[in-house]
Design a protein around this ligand. Structure first.
Ligand SMILES: [Zn+2]
Length: 202
């Protein structure tokens, strides 16, 4: 019997373009419009229960902001060096931080110290902090300073399952998105298309 590598399947079918994101149409439209109009905010807060695709969407947005060959509809090309680096987690422009294990003031101070270093010209430096609600109060306050006066070309993307635990002064400085729970019908539709692509009869 064939064994199934579920993690590999999840990776393979993780949305790589905005049109592949399931169930978050309004948010996707807002993000695409921000790129089109060149009105991208300094900070975004992606809220939602597990599995709604917060970090996937944040990564996708980061990819679109740094893509060297963005399509007319603002889809990342997924082929340029920036897209490939971000996809493999090796980008120097997109720094992913797990807020659960880097929650102290020293962790945020370390981040603050690197803010001024620009990497490649024309690119945006993005700090993506997952589970941001886990930060200590002192860490939030240290982060607040950077949020108030971010260096040019620096953006913060936060993801959280518990927005009510994020310091209100942080929330008020972010554009907030509440990802909705994905409907069963949408999940079934997505699974059908995955099964079709994998040639599984169902
Ligand atoms: Zn690209």
């Amino acid at each position: 019997m064939q064994t199934i590598d579920y993690k590999a399947i999840a990776r393979r079918f993780r949305p790589q373009r905005f049109c592949e994101v399931t169930g978050q149409d309004v948010i996707v439209k807002t993000l695409v419009n921000a790129i089109k109009r060149n009105q991208v905010s300094h900070a975004y807060l992606f809220c939602g229960i597990r599995g709604t695709g917060k970090t996937t969407l944040a990564r996708l947005f980061a990819k679109a902001l740094n893509c060297e060959a963005l399509s007319e509809s603002c889809e990342p090309c997924n082929q340029c060096s920036s897209c490939r680096e971000i996809a493999s987690g090796q980008s120097l422009d997109v720094i992913e931080i797990d807020g659960a294990s880097n929650r102290g003031i020293d962790d945020i101070r370390n981040i603050n110290e690197t803010l001024g270093y620009r990497v490649a010209s024309g690119r945006v430096k993005i700090y993506l902090i997952d589970e941001v609600h886990m930060l200590t109060k002192e860490a939030f306050n240290a982060l607040l300073k950077s949020l108030e006066e971010p260096p040019e070309g620096v953006k913060f993307f936060f993801a959280t399952t518990e927005p009510q635990k994020v310091l209100p002064t942080i929330v008020s400085r972010c554009q907030r998105f509440d990802l909705r729970r994905i409907e069963l019908a949408e999940i079934i539709k997505k699974l059908r298309s995955i099964a079709k692509e994998m040639n599984i009869e169902g």
